[in-house]
Design a protein around this ligand. Sequence first.
Ligand SMILES: Nc1nc2c(c(=O)[nH]1)N[C@H]1C(S)=C(S)[C@@H](COP(=O)(O)O)O[C@H]1N2
Ligand SMILES: [Mo]
Length: 174
Amino acid sequence: MDDFPVLTAGPTPEIALQDWALTVGQESTERTFSWDQFTELATERFTTDLHCVTRWSKLDTDWEGVALDTLMEATGVGDAPFALISSYGGYTTNVPTEDLVDGKAWVAFRYNGADLEPEHGGPARLLVPHLYLWKSAKWVNEIRFFDEDEPGFWEAAGYHNYGDPWREQRYDGD
Ligand SMILES: Nc1nc2c(c(=O)[nH]1)N[C@H]1C(S)=C(S)[C@@H](COP(=O)(O)O)O[C@H]1N2
Ligand SMILES: [Mo]
């Protein structure tokens, strides 16, 4: 993929579509989507800029995915304020719930008109383009909501808990 660096801590997991699942929810309301169930949900195409903490940005990327609003409506998620996202391969990241709703985040599965390549998170990745890209978990498997905030992989390793690129929140204390 031209000009789209691959940044992964660890190997690229290979997930066959028949084995893929996405769990969304909090305790009693959680629901697990198979690939077929996931792709039957309403999808959106969107164009956005991406900002990596290592100082590259990629402008006007073209995606297709399911909005978190749609997934959360389908699962009846309540109002827990914090999300913890887990990926195949063990990666985790935390995002406030309010940064996932109102058209700000998607589980994306197509990029520039083609199926998302495994190196970039295929079959599907989270995209939260208004935050630094480490929040956009590739190979997403679970999106769970909690009353308490819990740092993910990079956040526990000293990255900023929130990660606003416009405020250059790279590291804890920025
Ligand atoms: N599962 C998983 N997701 C991840 C990462 C990772 O190591 N594992 N790296 C993050 C970081 S630091 C960046 S910059 C982007 C890179 O996405 P790309 O490889 O598609 O450019 O993925 C993010 N999502
Ligand atoms: Mo990154």
